[in-house]
Every structure is written in C-alpha cells, then in structure tokens.
Ligand binder design. Structure first.
Ligand code: GDP
Ligand code: MG
Length: 436
C-alpha cells in the first residue's frame, strides 16, 4: 500500500498548486490503492469522502505546501480510521483480572498468550497462563513450554477437566499465588462453528473477563475482518490483537477491522519471536501505511525549517537582484535547520531518499554564518566595502581566517552571478550546497 500511495503523492508533490480537479484525481488513485490493499469497500468509500471534504474545504494552513496539506489530511483520517487514540488494556473488575483470547486455529492465540504474559510481566504485573484447549493435547503442551520460556506460571490441567473447570481452577491457583492476571488461551477451529462459539460464550458468562480479545491473522485480509465481525456479534469483544502484521504488506486488515467491528485494535504481533509484540498506536501504523514514518513530525519540522513566507520574500528579492549577505545568512540558517532534521527524515522512504542526495556540511554552514555574524550591518548590505582590514577584523571576530572570509565572499559573488538564472529558492539552496 505504501508504495502505491507514495507514487500518488509524488504526482501531488510535483505540482505547486492543487485545484479541486487535482484533488479528485489524486484521491481516485488513493481509493484504488486502498481497494487493492484489500481494504473493505465501505471503509474506503467513507475514508475518501472524509478526505475529500476536508481537502476541498477552506481548511488551509498557510505554511504548508498543498502536497503537505493533502498528506496531513490523509494521515489524520488514517489515524481516525485506525481507531484514534491507543486503547490500553482494561484490567478492572474482580481480582485476578481475566483476559480471554479467542480466534480461529492458527491465528496465533497460543503464541500471543505467551507474548502478552511477557509484556504484562515487564509492566510489573504477575500473570498466570492457562490453556482451555482440551481438544488438542499438543496445544496445552505448547503453551506450557512457552510459559516456561517467558517464566510465567502455568496451570496444568488434570486429564479429564473440562474448559470451565480448568479456568476455574487456574483462577484459584492465581489467587493462592498472588497473581493479578489470568490469561486464558482457548481452542480454535479452522472455521467458525457453533461449538466454538458456545464454549466462548460460556467462558465469558462464567468468568466475566475484563478483556475478551480476538486474535486475528492480518495476512488473511478481508477474511479476518469477517471473522472479527462474527466473533464480535456472537461473543462480544473488547478488542483485537492483529498478528502476523509484518506479513500484511497491503495493510488492508488493520484499516478495515476497526471501522467494520467498532472494536479497537490493542496489540500487534509482528513476528514469531516472543518479543515481536507491540502496543498498537494508530499514528504509527498510519505512518507505516503511508510509508512515511512519523509524518506529523516531518511536516512540523519542514514547516519550521522552510518558512514559506520567507521563501517567497527571497524569491522576490532574487528576481530583483536584491540579495545581500543578510539574505544569505537567512538561507544558511534554514539549511542548518534542515540539516538537523535530516537524521530524522532519513528513514522515511521517498523523502528520505531525496534528502540523501543532499550533503549537509553542518560545520561549513556554521562557519559561514559566523563570518556573516561578525560583519556590520553596513557590510552585510553592501559587501563591496569589505577591504583587507575589514576582512582581518571579521576573521578575528568569527574565529576564522582571512582565507575563509575570502572564500565566503567569493561564493557570494558566484551566487550573485548565478542569480539571474535562478527562479525558485529551492534551486537556490541546491546552488549554495554546490558552492560550499
Ligand atoms: P493458535 O492456533 O491460534 O494458538 O496459533 P499459534 O499460536 O499456535 O500460532 C500459529 C503460527 O503462527 C505459529 O507458527 C506461530 O509461530 C505463528 N505466529 C503467531 N503470531 C505470529 C506473528 O505475529 N507473526 C508471525 N510471522 N507468525 C506468528
Ligand atoms: Mg493454540
């Protein structure tokens, strides 16, 4: 999904201004990208109309380029679709708190039970693991081994105990041992069937767990969304854990599941290892789907680093050839700000790649700025008056050498010469980069 969106946004980016036609065309592409990513049809429709309404309305932020504005809206709507704020676990109710895990066979319940136990243990909790999957003896053994791995106590069922008895005894054991959370792994089926549902309904009714979490395989795309819908209607869920999310390159399940079921995603399983487990943050996943990491930070920084108003003013001056050393200093400052965010932006695909072509020599920028700082206002406005004695004074004041001052002045002269060919400040910055 992110590749596709990236190419859509690239088209936006090349344009200076967007009109409603551009927005419509662009959003058509976004729509296709989402559908191809196996996002539920209705979710896509709602999503696009929300973005379009906002993009067409007069909600305009002056300091952002049209491209950044569209990205910002798409990003914010993605976050909303994914559930807005991260929802933590509810561990209220009778002690010990119970967390019931449900889901189809192979969705990752047993693995997730152990991951969750490990996660909660790290948070200072004292979980206990129990498996109610009596239909497959190997399943109980599997959880037992995982429990040992994460060093969490495990309730060992007696040979003829039924699920309800197993869980009841596990809760007793938790009480006796001062455990505050019981994580209940349950049996899965290959398909949804009535027995499975009845068993879950009964477990829920009997023990009133504070969380009933569906473990769903993100790689199943729309199917996992349908499964979630049915589980929620029949059993009633408090949340969803999406597993194998690292394999869901298309991102469809994550985007649809919250909208379709109304249940928040609470955790993500990101691999087979027991620490491949994370709290679900809508912002992060939205960033990943856009292929742009933490995009809001990016936009904020870009806003700071490149003030559009100042850029326009500079453009005007360049056209009139009014560019003096004060303007150069302003440019150097902006470039330095860009330099400091470069590390941050580097990991962002697309944008990161572009930035990589640019070499920031921060030391050189600081030096040039220092030299200009040591000049008088008069000298900055009219560099021609800088004679040998002035150069010596400036070099001394800025802790540089006369050669450095000469180099800066030469660069400035070069820039002036090139100015006639320059139009956009962006090109101007790249010219400065070549000169230092
Ligand atoms: P259960 O039948 O629902 O209990 O599923 P299991 O916990 O036995 O997991 C089924 C398979 O999925 C196992 O091979 C797990 O290692 C694997 N698995 C579970 N969670 C993840 C995950 O987040 N990512 C990946 N790649 N594999 C996972
Ligand atoms: Mg299992």
């Amino acid at each position: 999904l992110s590749d596709r969106l990236e190419s859509v946004f690239k088209k936006f980016r090349e344009k200076g201004k967007l009109d409603s036609d551009d927005i419509k065309k662009g959003l058509r592409e976004v729509r296709l990208a989402l559908l191809e990513a196996d996002v539920n049809y209705k979710v896509v429709k709602d999503f696009i109309s929300r973005v379009e309404n906002r993009a067409l309305s007069s909600e305009v932020i002056e300091s952002l380029t049209p491209f950044q504005q569209i990205i910002k809206i798409v990003y914010e709507e993605l976050v909303k679709t994914l559930g807005g704020e991260a929802k933590g676990l509810d561990l209220g109710g009778a002690k010990p708190a119970k967390i019931l895990l449900a889901g189809l066979q192979g969705s990752g319940k047993t693995t997730t039970a152990a991951k969750l136990a490990k996660f909660l243990k790290k948070k200072g909790h004292h979980p206990l693991l129990v498996s109610a999957d009596i239909y497959r003896p190997a399943a109980i053994e599997q959880l037992k081994i995982l429990a040992q791995k994460v060093e969490v106590p495990f309730y060992e069922p007696k040979s003829n105990e039924k699920p309800l008895e197993i869980v009841k005894n596990a809760i007793e054991m938790a009480k006796e041992n001062g455990r505050d959370i019981v994580i209940i792994d349950t049996a899965g089926r290959l398909h949804i069937d009535e027995d499975l549902m009845q068993e879950l309904i009964e477990l829920k009714k009997t023990f009133n767990p504070s969380e009933v979490l569906l473990v769903a395989d993100a790689m199943m795309g729309q199917d996992s969304v349908n499964v979630a819908k049915i589980f929620n209607e029949r059993v009633g869920l408090t949340g969803i854990i999406l597993t194998k999310i690292e394999g869901d390159a298309r991102g469809g399940a994550a985007l649809s599941i919250k909208e379709v079921t109304g249940c928040p995603i609470k955790f993500l399983g990101t691999g087979e290892k027991l620490d491949a487990f994370e709290v679900f943050y809508p912002e992060r996943l939205a960033g990943r789907i856009l292929g742009m990491g933490d995009i809001l930070t990016l936009i904020e920084k870009a806003q700071e680093a490149f003030d559009l108003k100042k850029a326009k003013e500079l453009e005007r001056k360049i056209k009139k050839l009014e560019f003096d050393l004060e303007d150069l200093r302003e440019q150097l400052r902006q470039m330095r700000k860009l330099g400091s965010v470069k590390d941050l932006l580097e990991f962002l695909p697309g944008i990161g790649r572009k930035l990589n072509e640019i070499e920031f020599d921060e030391k050189e920028l600081i030096k040039m700025e220092a030299i200009i700082n040591s000049m008088t206002k008069e000298e900055r406005k009219n560099p021609r008056i800088i004679n040998a004695s002035r150069k010596r004074r400036i070099a001394k004041g800025s802790g540089t050498t006369v050669q450095d001052v000469n180099k800066l002045l030469r660069s400035y002269e070069e820039m002036l010469k090139l100015l006639k060919q320059m139009r956009a400040p962006g090109r101007f910055q790249s010219m400065i980069r070549r000169l230092i």
